[in-house]
Design a protein around this ligand. Structure first.
Ligand code: GLN
Length: 305
């Protein structure tokens, strides 16, 4: 029997309403601090291309660390297995911006989904780029089938002004000789990456390749099935930082969150779902968004487990 995704999403939207006000916006990035807690949008796109949406699913928001998946995918395309000499692939069990762990582990980030890992991955991508060249934006536009997707430079600038921990992290990586490019070049590219503005509908389109075994919505091969397996595994174990265990327990899907309140989840062979609600848990993942995904896999009785 065909699943009535639209009805399921409508029910979820109603059910999570009381949670919206319980989270806290990411106020360490000033433009995000002003976001209302009342936003909610959710989309699901099946691998057959049917899209179901509720709430503000077309409203663009700052995808923040969700972009680390595009970053990793691009580095895999450019560098293959050489990545793993400079970044590990173990869950961190620590906050996404932990400096202590990076120091204790001699400048090798635990995984590509925490900030330190994403900085190293960005450094590897920049090794392929001429000055000023952007190797990510065009790829994201193609994946999402929308040329109007862009960076929000106000958000990027605000992070540049206030991202002191990220700056400290980049210096520490440099001290351990795990950054080739000038620190400022890597930071600027990283802040821009985090500032990508996309909607839930953009995200479910752009992430299709992780549900289809590597093919995007145009039929282009973005990653091999082995790479897709690896990206999904990294999302499952590292995508929501030190809440990865709780997400596996409650949602049971590879997911990636961002402090803008977005979360993307993949059920390989079936669908991609994306949800946006700016109120965060203390660990930086959308509170209502997490519950919405938990309800989705419970109601549809489908997860990777
Ligand atoms: N740009 C944010 C930061 O570097 C990304 C963090 C996140 O979304 N978890 O702190």
């Amino acid at each position: 029997m065909a699943m009535n995704y639209q009805e399921i999403l409508e029910d979820i939207r109603v059910e999570v309403q009381p949670l919206l006000k319980k989270g806290k916006v990411a106020d360490y990035i000033p433009p995000l601090a002003g976001r209302s807690l009342l936003h909610f949008g959710m989309s699901l796109r099946t691998i057959q291309g049917e899209t179901y949406s509720v709430g503000e699913a077309c409203e663009r928001f700052s995808i923040q660390s969700i972009a680390k998946v595009f970053n990793l995918t691009r580095a895999m395309q450019l560098h293959g297995d050489r990545i793993w000499k400079r970044v590990n692939r173990e869950p961190s069990g620590a906050g996404f911006n932990s400096l202590g762990q990076l120091e204790a582990e001699s400048g090798i980030p635990r995984n590509p989904m925490i900030n330190a890992g994403a900085l190293v991955i960005m450094d590897m991508i920049l090794n392929h780029a001429d000055a000023g060249e952007d190797l990510i934006l065009d790829k994201v536009r193609a994946l999402a089938a929308d040329e109007s997707i862009n960076y929000d430079l106000m958000v990027a600038e605000a992070e540049n002004d206030t991202g002191h921990r990220n700056r400290a992290m980049a210096w520490l990586l440099k001290a351990y000789r795990n950054l080739d490019n000038p620190i400022e070049r890597v930071l600027q590219a990283y802040f821009r990456l985090c500032s990508l503005a996309m909607s839930c509908e953009d995200l479910v389109t752009a992430f299709q390749y992780l549900a289809t075994g590597g093919t995007d919505v145009h039929g282009e091969i973005i990653a091999t099935s082995e790479q897709v397996k690896r990206i999904n595994a990294i999302m499952l174990t590292c995508g929501v930082y030190d809440e990865a265990g709780d997400f596996a327990f409650r949602v049971g899907l590879p997911t990636k969150s961002g402090v803008g309140g977005g979360i993307v989840a993949v059920l390989p062979g079936q669908y991609v779902a994306a949800v946006w609600s700016p109120g965060l848990s203390p660990k930086g993942n959308s509170l209502a968004g997490t519950r919405a995904l938990e309800l989705l896999t419970t109601r549809t009785t489908g997860s990777i487990f």
